[in-house]
Design a protein around this ligand. Structure first.
Ligand code: PMP
Ligand code: GLN
Length: 435
Protein backbone atom coordinates (compact mmCIF):
# COMPACT_ATOMS: atom_id res chain seq x y z
CA UNK A 1 0.00 0.00 0.00
CA UNK A 2 1.19 3.54 -0.74
CA UNK A 3 1.84 5.68 2.33
CA UNK A 4 0.47 9.23 2.71
CA UNK A 5 3.99 10.60 2.54
CA UNK A 6 4.64 8.75 -0.71
CA UNK A 7 1.36 10.02 -2.11
CA UNK A 8 2.27 13.59 -1.25
CA UNK A 9 5.95 13.77 -2.09
CA UNK A 10 7.12 13.85 -5.66
CA UNK A 11 3.83 12.54 -6.98
CA UNK A 12 3.37 14.49 -10.17
CA UNK A 13 -0.19 13.32 -10.60
CA UNK A 14 -1.18 15.06 -7.35
CA UNK A 15 0.34 18.43 -8.20
CA UNK A 16 -1.91 21.23 -9.20
CA UNK A 17 -2.68 21.02 -12.89
CA UNK A 18 -0.46 23.04 -15.20
CA UNK A 19 -3.24 25.52 -15.99
CA UNK A 20 -3.07 26.75 -12.38
CA UNK A 21 0.72 26.86 -12.13
CA UNK A 22 1.98 30.37 -11.57
CA UNK A 23 -1.31 31.27 -9.89
CA UNK A 24 -0.44 29.89 -6.46
CA UNK A 25 -0.18 33.18 -4.59
CA UNK A 26 -3.10 35.51 -3.96
CA UNK A 27 -2.90 38.92 -2.38
CA UNK A 28 -6.16 38.57 -0.39
CA UNK A 29 -5.20 35.22 1.07
CA UNK A 30 -1.73 36.45 1.94
CA UNK A 31 -2.73 39.76 3.52
CA UNK A 32 -5.69 38.30 5.41
CA UNK A 33 -3.37 35.59 6.79
CA UNK A 34 -0.89 38.26 7.87
CA UNK A 35 -3.74 40.10 9.57
CA UNK A 36 -4.81 36.90 11.37
CA UNK A 37 -1.27 36.19 12.52
CA UNK A 38 -0.66 39.75 13.73
CA UNK A 39 -4.10 39.90 15.33
CA UNK A 40 -3.93 43.59 16.29
CA UNK A 41 -4.04 45.58 13.07
CA UNK A 42 -6.46 48.32 12.16
CA UNK A 43 -7.72 46.65 9.02
CA UNK A 44 -8.07 48.96 6.02
CA UNK A 45 -7.08 46.10 3.70
CA UNK A 46 -9.70 43.95 1.97
CA UNK A 47 -12.75 45.95 0.88
CA UNK A 48 -15.69 45.41 3.21
CA UNK A 49 -17.50 47.50 5.83
CA UNK A 50 -16.98 46.53 9.49
CA UNK A 51 -20.58 47.23 10.52
CA UNK A 52 -24.12 45.98 9.87
CA UNK A 53 -25.67 46.52 6.42
CA UNK A 54 -28.96 48.41 6.07
CA UNK A 55 -31.52 46.74 8.40
CA UNK A 56 -34.19 46.62 5.67
CA UNK A 57 -32.29 44.13 3.52
CA UNK A 58 -31.28 41.99 6.48
CA UNK A 59 -34.99 41.95 7.44
CA UNK A 60 -35.82 40.68 3.93
CA UNK A 61 -33.49 37.74 4.41
CA UNK A 62 -34.92 37.06 7.87
CA UNK A 63 -38.42 37.03 6.35
CA UNK A 64 -37.42 34.44 3.79
CA UNK A 65 -35.65 32.26 6.33
CA UNK A 66 -38.54 32.12 8.85
CA UNK A 67 -39.54 28.62 9.73
CA UNK A 68 -42.79 28.59 7.80
CA UNK A 69 -43.96 25.63 5.70
CA UNK A 70 -45.29 28.08 3.07
CA UNK A 71 -41.77 29.34 2.48
CA UNK A 72 -40.17 25.94 1.85
CA UNK A 73 -39.34 26.76 -1.77
CA UNK A 74 -36.92 29.50 -0.75
CA UNK A 75 -34.71 26.80 0.74
CA UNK A 76 -34.60 24.82 -2.50
CA UNK A 77 -32.99 25.27 -5.91
CA UNK A 78 -33.95 28.41 -7.77
CA UNK A 79 -34.20 28.87 -11.52
CA UNK A 80 -30.69 28.18 -12.84
CA UNK A 81 -30.13 31.53 -14.58
CA UNK A 82 -31.60 33.58 -11.73
CA UNK A 83 -34.58 33.62 -9.40
CA UNK A 84 -37.41 35.18 -11.47
CA UNK A 85 -38.14 37.94 -8.94
CA UNK A 86 -34.46 38.99 -8.95
CA UNK A 87 -33.88 38.93 -12.71
CA UNK A 88 -37.09 40.91 -13.17
CA UNK A 89 -35.92 43.51 -10.64
CA UNK A 90 -32.49 43.74 -12.30
CA UNK A 91 -34.03 44.04 -15.78
CA UNK A 92 -36.35 46.79 -14.51
CA UNK A 93 -33.50 48.66 -12.79
CA UNK A 94 -31.03 48.58 -15.66
CA UNK A 95 -33.82 48.97 -18.22
CA UNK A 96 -34.64 52.27 -16.55
CA UNK A 97 -30.99 53.34 -16.30
CA UNK A 98 -30.17 52.42 -19.90
CA UNK A 99 -33.52 53.52 -21.23
CA UNK A 100 -34.13 50.27 -23.05
CA UNK A 101 -36.17 47.14 -22.57
CA UNK A 102 -34.17 44.28 -21.02
CA UNK A 103 -35.50 40.73 -21.17
CA UNK A 104 -35.16 39.39 -17.60
CA UNK A 105 -35.06 35.72 -18.64
CA UNK A 106 -32.53 36.02 -21.46
CA UNK A 107 -30.50 39.14 -20.87
CA UNK A 108 -29.69 38.82 -17.15
CA UNK A 109 -27.74 36.12 -15.31
CA UNK A 110 -27.38 35.83 -11.53
CA UNK A 111 -23.95 34.61 -10.42
CA UNK A 112 -21.83 33.80 -7.37
CA UNK A 113 -20.67 37.36 -6.82
CA UNK A 114 -19.19 39.57 -9.52
CA UNK A 115 -16.29 37.09 -9.47
CA UNK A 116 -18.68 34.47 -10.87
CA UNK A 117 -19.90 36.82 -13.59
CA UNK A 118 -16.33 37.73 -14.56
CA UNK A 119 -15.32 34.07 -14.66
CA UNK A 120 -18.24 33.06 -16.87
CA UNK A 121 -17.82 36.02 -19.18
CA UNK A 122 -14.15 35.32 -19.69
CA UNK A 123 -14.37 31.51 -19.83
CA UNK A 124 -17.31 31.54 -22.21
CA UNK A 125 -15.93 34.14 -24.61
CA UNK A 126 -12.14 33.92 -24.56
CA UNK A 127 -10.09 31.03 -25.93
CA UNK A 128 -6.63 30.10 -27.14
CA UNK A 129 -5.12 32.77 -29.37
CA UNK A 130 -7.42 35.52 -28.17
CA UNK A 131 -5.98 38.72 -26.77
CA UNK A 132 -7.70 40.58 -23.96
CA UNK A 133 -6.83 44.18 -23.13
CA UNK A 134 -6.57 44.89 -19.41
CA UNK A 135 -6.27 48.43 -18.09
CA UNK A 136 -3.88 48.84 -15.16
CA UNK A 137 -4.32 49.09 -12.26
CA UNK A 138 -6.92 46.30 -12.49
CA UNK A 139 -8.83 44.11 -10.04
CA UNK A 140 -6.37 41.28 -9.66
CA UNK A 141 -8.53 38.33 -10.78
CA UNK A 142 -8.82 39.53 -14.39
CA UNK A 143 -5.35 38.31 -15.29
CA UNK A 144 -5.60 34.72 -13.97
CA UNK A 145 -9.08 34.33 -15.46
CA UNK A 146 -7.86 35.34 -18.92
CA UNK A 147 -4.88 32.97 -18.58
CA UNK A 148 -7.11 30.10 -17.43
CA UNK A 149 -9.29 30.65 -20.49
CA UNK A 150 -6.19 30.29 -22.68
CA UNK A 151 -6.14 33.96 -23.65
CA UNK A 152 -3.26 36.42 -23.72
CA UNK A 153 -3.57 39.55 -21.57
CA UNK A 154 -2.32 42.79 -23.15
CA UNK A 155 -1.78 45.55 -20.62
CA UNK A 156 -2.03 49.30 -20.72
CA UNK A 157 -1.50 51.45 -17.63
CA UNK A 158 -3.40 54.54 -16.60
CA UNK A 159 -0.80 57.20 -15.86
CA UNK A 160 -1.09 60.25 -13.64
CA UNK A 161 -0.64 63.56 -15.42
CA UNK A 162 -0.41 65.32 -12.04
CA UNK A 163 1.16 64.11 -8.82
CA UNK A 164 0.37 66.51 -6.02
CA UNK A 165 -1.64 66.56 -2.85
CA UNK A 166 -4.81 67.78 -4.54
CA UNK A 167 -4.67 65.38 -7.49
CA UNK A 168 -7.72 63.23 -8.06
CA UNK A 169 -8.09 59.89 -9.77
CA UNK A 170 -9.41 61.87 -12.77
CA UNK A 171 -5.83 62.86 -13.53
CA UNK A 172 -4.92 59.23 -14.27
CA UNK A 173 -5.42 58.86 -17.99
CA UNK A 174 -5.17 56.40 -20.83
CA UNK A 175 -2.85 57.21 -23.67
CA UNK A 176 -5.31 56.70 -26.52
CA UNK A 177 -2.55 56.22 -29.11
CA UNK A 178 -1.02 53.48 -26.98
CA UNK A 179 -4.46 51.91 -26.53
CA UNK A 180 -5.14 52.08 -30.26
CA UNK A 181 -1.90 50.20 -30.93
CA UNK A 182 -3.01 47.30 -28.71
CA UNK A 183 -6.09 46.58 -30.82
CA UNK A 184 -5.61 44.11 -33.65
CA UNK A 185 -7.40 41.21 -35.35
CA UNK A 186 -6.68 38.91 -32.36
CA UNK A 187 -8.25 41.28 -29.82
CA UNK A 188 -11.29 39.50 -28.40
CA UNK A 189 -12.18 41.69 -25.45
CA UNK A 190 -11.28 44.63 -23.26
CA UNK A 191 -11.96 44.65 -19.52
CA UNK A 192 -13.11 47.96 -18.17
CA UNK A 193 -13.64 48.79 -14.49
CA UNK A 194 -15.39 52.04 -13.64
CA UNK A 195 -15.28 53.22 -10.87
CA UNK A 196 -11.93 51.51 -10.74
CA UNK A 197 -10.50 49.38 -7.95
CA UNK A 198 -7.96 50.37 -6.58
CA UNK A 199 -7.72 53.88 -8.05
CA UNK A 200 -11.28 55.18 -7.81
CA UNK A 201 -11.03 56.52 -11.35
CA UNK A 202 -14.29 57.03 -13.18
CA UNK A 203 -14.00 56.95 -16.94
CA UNK A 204 -15.43 60.06 -18.58
CA UNK A 205 -17.88 60.01 -21.47
CA UNK A 206 -15.04 61.11 -23.81
CA UNK A 207 -12.78 58.28 -22.67
CA UNK A 208 -15.56 55.70 -22.91
CA UNK A 209 -16.52 56.95 -26.37
CA UNK A 210 -12.92 56.61 -27.57
CA UNK A 211 -12.76 53.04 -26.16
CA UNK A 212 -16.16 52.24 -27.67
CA UNK A 213 -15.04 53.49 -31.10
CA UNK A 214 -12.01 51.17 -31.04
CA UNK A 215 -14.20 48.24 -29.93
CA UNK A 216 -16.62 48.85 -32.79
CA UNK A 217 -13.80 49.26 -35.30
CA UNK A 218 -12.12 45.99 -34.27
CA UNK A 219 -15.33 44.12 -33.37
CA UNK A 220 -14.31 43.67 -29.73
CA UNK A 221 -16.34 42.58 -26.69
CA UNK A 222 -16.43 44.88 -23.65
CA UNK A 223 -16.46 43.29 -20.20
CA UNK A 224 -17.56 46.17 -18.02
CA UNK A 225 -17.05 45.61 -14.31
CA UNK A 226 -19.28 48.19 -12.64
CA UNK A 227 -19.53 46.78 -9.12
CA UNK A 228 -18.94 50.25 -7.60
CA UNK A 229 -21.58 51.87 -9.84
CA UNK A 230 -23.38 53.46 -6.87
CA UNK A 231 -20.29 54.74 -5.03
CA UNK A 232 -19.77 57.99 -6.88
CA UNK A 233 -18.59 61.28 -5.35
CA UNK A 234 -18.59 64.99 -6.02
CA UNK A 235 -20.06 65.94 -9.39
CA UNK A 236 -19.07 62.75 -11.15
CA UNK A 237 -21.64 60.57 -12.80
CA UNK A 238 -21.32 56.90 -13.56
CA UNK A 239 -21.55 56.26 -17.28
CA UNK A 240 -22.42 52.76 -18.39
CA UNK A 241 -20.54 51.97 -21.61
CA UNK A 242 -23.45 49.73 -22.65
CA UNK A 243 -25.54 52.90 -22.93
CA UNK A 244 -23.32 54.44 -25.63
CA UNK A 245 -24.48 54.16 -29.26
CA UNK A 246 -23.87 50.70 -30.73
CA UNK A 247 -22.41 49.32 -27.50
CA UNK A 248 -25.26 47.27 -25.99
CA UNK A 249 -24.70 44.54 -28.58
CA UNK A 250 -21.05 44.05 -27.58
CA UNK A 251 -21.06 44.65 -23.81
CA UNK A 252 -21.48 42.40 -20.79
CA UNK A 253 -21.97 44.56 -17.69
CA UNK A 254 -21.26 43.14 -14.27
CA UNK A 255 -22.67 44.11 -10.87
CA UNK A 256 -22.54 42.92 -7.28
CA UNK A 257 -25.10 42.79 -4.48
CA UNK A 258 -22.13 42.75 -2.11
CA UNK A 259 -21.15 46.27 -3.21
CA UNK A 260 -24.67 47.54 -3.91
CA UNK A 261 -25.98 46.74 -0.43
CA UNK A 262 -22.69 46.50 1.53
CA UNK A 263 -22.89 42.77 2.25
CA UNK A 264 -19.84 41.25 0.62
CA UNK A 265 -20.36 37.94 2.41
CA UNK A 266 -23.60 37.28 0.52
CA UNK A 267 -21.55 36.68 -2.66
CA UNK A 268 -24.28 37.41 -5.11
CA UNK A 269 -23.64 39.15 -8.41
CA UNK A 270 -24.99 39.44 -11.91
CA UNK A 271 -24.28 40.11 -15.55
CA UNK A 272 -26.55 41.75 -18.08
CA UNK A 273 -26.28 42.32 -21.80
CA UNK A 274 -27.75 41.16 -25.11
CA UNK A 275 -29.02 37.59 -25.26
CA UNK A 276 -26.34 36.47 -27.76
CA UNK A 277 -23.67 37.29 -25.14
CA UNK A 278 -25.55 36.32 -21.97
CA UNK A 279 -26.31 32.95 -23.60
CA UNK A 280 -22.56 32.19 -23.57
CA UNK A 281 -22.44 32.94 -19.85
CA UNK A 282 -25.50 30.78 -19.21
CA UNK A 283 -23.70 27.84 -20.81
CA UNK A 284 -20.65 28.36 -18.59
CA UNK A 285 -22.86 28.74 -15.50
CA UNK A 286 -25.00 25.64 -16.09
CA UNK A 287 -21.79 23.63 -16.37
CA UNK A 288 -20.30 25.03 -13.20
CA UNK A 289 -22.37 25.90 -10.10
CA UNK A 290 -25.67 25.80 -12.06
CA UNK A 291 -27.49 28.27 -9.77
CA UNK A 292 -27.11 30.62 -6.82
CA UNK A 293 -28.50 30.85 -3.28
CA UNK A 294 -32.29 31.19 -3.35
CA UNK A 295 -32.94 33.03 -0.05
CA UNK A 296 -30.45 35.78 -0.84
CA UNK A 297 -31.84 36.22 -4.34
CA UNK A 298 -35.31 36.76 -2.91
CA UNK A 299 -34.02 39.27 -0.35
CA UNK A 300 -31.93 41.23 -2.88
CA UNK A 301 -34.89 41.28 -5.29
CA UNK A 302 -37.18 42.73 -2.63
CA UNK A 303 -34.60 45.39 -1.73
CA UNK A 304 -34.01 46.32 -5.37
CA UNK A 305 -37.73 46.68 -6.04
CA UNK A 306 -37.90 49.28 -3.28
CA UNK A 307 -34.82 51.09 -4.59
CA UNK A 308 -36.12 51.29 -8.16
CA UNK A 309 -39.01 53.38 -6.82
CA UNK A 310 -36.62 55.61 -4.88
CA UNK A 311 -33.97 56.24 -7.55
CA UNK A 312 -32.79 59.82 -7.47
CA UNK A 313 -34.67 60.69 -4.26
CA UNK A 314 -33.37 61.50 -0.79
CA UNK A 315 -34.73 58.15 0.41
CA UNK A 316 -32.56 56.21 -2.02
CA UNK A 317 -30.22 53.77 -0.29
CA UNK A 318 -27.64 54.64 -2.94
CA UNK A 319 -27.76 58.35 -2.16
CA UNK A 320 -27.40 57.66 1.55
CA UNK A 321 -24.49 55.35 0.87
CA UNK A 322 -22.67 57.97 -1.18
CA UNK A 323 -23.26 60.67 1.42
CA UNK A 324 -21.90 58.45 4.16
CA UNK A 325 -18.89 57.41 2.11
CA UNK A 326 -17.86 60.82 0.85
CA UNK A 327 -17.50 61.97 4.47
CA UNK A 328 -15.28 59.00 5.22
CA UNK A 329 -13.23 59.62 2.08
CA UNK A 330 -12.69 63.26 3.02
CA UNK A 331 -11.67 62.36 6.57
CA UNK A 332 -9.07 59.94 5.25
CA UNK A 333 -7.80 62.40 2.64
CA UNK A 334 -7.24 64.98 5.37
CA UNK A 335 -5.51 62.54 7.71
CA UNK A 336 -3.21 61.37 4.90
CA UNK A 337 -2.32 64.93 3.92
CA UNK A 338 -1.75 65.90 7.58
CA UNK A 339 0.72 63.02 7.79
CA UNK A 340 2.59 64.48 4.82
CA UNK A 341 1.64 61.72 2.41
CA UNK A 342 -0.07 62.21 -0.92
CA UNK A 343 -3.56 60.80 -1.55
CA UNK A 344 -5.04 60.21 -4.97
CA UNK A 345 -8.53 61.49 -4.20
CA UNK A 346 -10.93 58.86 -5.58
CA UNK A 347 -13.91 59.92 -7.70
CA UNK A 348 -15.70 56.69 -6.83
CA UNK A 349 -15.40 53.30 -5.12
CA UNK A 350 -14.28 52.86 -1.53
CA UNK A 351 -10.53 52.72 -1.84
CA UNK A 352 -7.85 55.37 -1.77
CA UNK A 353 -4.34 55.13 -3.18
CA UNK A 354 -1.70 56.92 -1.14
CA UNK A 355 1.84 57.86 -2.14
CA UNK A 356 3.81 57.00 1.00
CA UNK A 357 7.25 58.00 -0.26
CA UNK A 358 7.32 61.36 1.60
CA UNK A 359 7.80 59.29 4.80
CA UNK A 360 10.20 56.81 3.20
CA UNK A 361 13.18 57.96 5.28
CA UNK A 362 11.34 56.84 8.45
CA UNK A 363 10.52 53.37 7.08
CA UNK A 364 12.72 50.31 7.46
CA UNK A 365 12.09 48.68 4.09
CA UNK A 366 15.08 46.38 4.63
CA UNK A 367 13.17 44.55 7.39
CA UNK A 368 11.16 42.83 4.64
CA UNK A 369 12.41 40.70 1.78
CA UNK A 370 9.76 40.95 -0.94
CA UNK A 371 10.92 42.18 -4.31
CA UNK A 372 8.28 44.89 -4.63
CA UNK A 373 8.85 47.87 -2.36
CA UNK A 374 5.12 48.53 -1.96
CA UNK A 375 4.71 45.03 -0.48
CA UNK A 376 7.61 45.69 1.87
CA UNK A 377 6.02 48.94 2.95
CA UNK A 378 2.62 47.29 3.53
CA UNK A 379 4.19 44.54 5.65
CA UNK A 380 6.33 47.00 7.62
CA UNK A 381 3.26 49.16 8.30
CA UNK A 382 1.22 46.17 9.47
CA UNK A 383 3.93 44.63 11.64
CA UNK A 384 5.46 47.80 13.09
CA UNK A 385 2.54 50.25 13.12
CA UNK A 386 -0.48 47.92 13.16
CA UNK A 387 -2.15 49.45 10.12
CA UNK A 388 -3.11 47.13 7.28
CA UNK A 389 -3.42 48.22 3.65
CA UNK A 390 -3.05 46.46 0.29
CA UNK A 391 0.02 46.64 -1.97
CA UNK A 392 -1.16 47.96 -5.36
CA UNK A 393 1.47 45.94 -7.25
CA UNK A 394 -1.15 43.17 -7.02
CA UNK A 395 -3.13 45.22 -9.54
CA UNK A 396 -0.34 45.36 -12.13
CA UNK A 397 1.16 42.83 -14.53
CA UNK A 398 4.67 41.51 -13.78
CA UNK A 399 6.30 43.95 -16.19
CA UNK A 400 4.49 46.99 -14.74
CA UNK A 401 4.60 46.29 -10.99
CA UNK A 402 7.14 49.10 -10.58
CA UNK A 403 4.36 51.61 -11.40
CA UNK A 404 2.88 50.74 -7.99
CA UNK A 405 6.10 51.19 -6.09
CA UNK A 406 5.16 54.39 -4.24
CA UNK A 407 1.60 53.47 -3.29
CA UNK A 408 -0.53 51.69 -0.72
CA UNK A 409 -4.30 51.13 -0.97
CA UNK A 410 -6.58 51.80 1.98
CA UNK A 411 -10.27 50.90 2.25
CA UNK A 412 -12.20 53.73 3.91
CA UNK A 413 -15.59 52.01 4.25
CA UNK A 414 -15.12 51.45 7.99
CA UNK A 415 -16.93 52.59 11.12
CA UNK A 416 -15.85 55.89 12.70
CA UNK A 417 -14.03 54.13 15.53
CA UNK A 418 -11.84 52.18 13.07
CA UNK A 419 -11.08 55.28 11.01
CA UNK A 420 -10.18 57.17 14.22
CA UNK A 421 -7.69 54.45 15.13
CA UNK A 422 -6.23 54.58 11.62
CA UNK A 423 -5.93 58.36 11.86
CA UNK A 424 -4.03 58.07 15.16
CA UNK A 425 -1.53 55.74 13.48
CA UNK A 426 -1.20 58.02 10.45
CA UNK A 427 -0.47 60.94 12.78
CA UNK A 428 2.48 59.04 14.25
CA UNK A 429 3.81 58.34 10.75
CA UNK A 430 4.09 62.02 9.98
CA UNK A 431 6.81 62.95 7.50
CA UNK A 432 9.94 64.42 9.12
CA UNK A 433 9.37 67.90 7.65
CA UNK A 434 5.76 67.94 8.94
CA UNK A 435 6.61 67.47 12.62
N1 PMP B 1 -14.81 43.52 -9.35
C1 PMP B 1 -14.19 44.43 -8.58
C2 PMP B 1 -13.63 45.65 -9.22
C3 PMP B 1 -14.06 44.23 -7.21
O1 PMP B 1 -13.44 45.13 -6.45
C4 PMP B 1 -14.59 43.05 -6.64
C5 PMP B 1 -14.36 42.80 -5.18
N2 PMP B 1 -15.46 42.58 -4.52
C6 PMP B 1 -15.25 42.14 -7.48
C7 PMP B 1 -15.32 42.40 -8.84
C8 PMP B 1 -15.85 40.88 -6.96
O2 PMP B 1 -17.10 41.14 -6.36
P1 PMP B 1 -17.91 40.04 -5.56
O3 PMP B 1 -17.50 40.15 -4.14
O4 PMP B 1 -19.36 40.40 -5.78
O5 PMP B 1 -17.56 38.72 -6.15
N1 GLN C 1 -12.92 43.53 -3.96
C1 GLN C 1 -12.39 43.50 -2.63
C2 GLN C 1 -11.11 44.31 -2.56
O1 GLN C 1 -10.61 44.73 -3.55
C3 GLN C 1 -12.17 42.10 -2.11
C4 GLN C 1 -11.37 41.20 -2.99
C5 GLN C 1 -11.29 39.81 -2.48
O2 GLN C 1 -11.62 39.53 -1.36
N2 GLN C 1 -10.86 38.90 -3.25
O3 GLN C 1 -10.60 44.52 -1.50
Amino acid sequence: MTSNAELKNGNDKFQVDSKYRGLESNVWIELNSLNDVLGNCVNLGQGFPDFQPAPAIVAELEKVCRSDPNLYAFHQYARAYGHPRLVKALAALYGKLLDRSIDPMNEVLVTGGAYGALFYTIMANVGAGDEVIIIEPYFDCYEPMVLLAGGTPRYIALKPDAVNSSASSASWCLDMDELGKLFNSKTKAIILNTPNNPLGKMFSREELTAIADLCKKFNVLVISDEVYEWLVYDHNSHIRIASLPGMWERTVTIGSAGKTFSLTGWKLGWAYGPHHLIRNLQIAHQNCTYMCQTPEQEAVAAALEVEIGRLGTEQSHFQKLTKELVGKRDEMVKAIRDAGMVPVVPQGGYFILVDWTPIESTVDLESETDQCEDIRFVKWLAKKKQLLGIPPSAFYSAEHKHFARNYIRFNFYKKTETLEKAKEILKLLQAPNQK
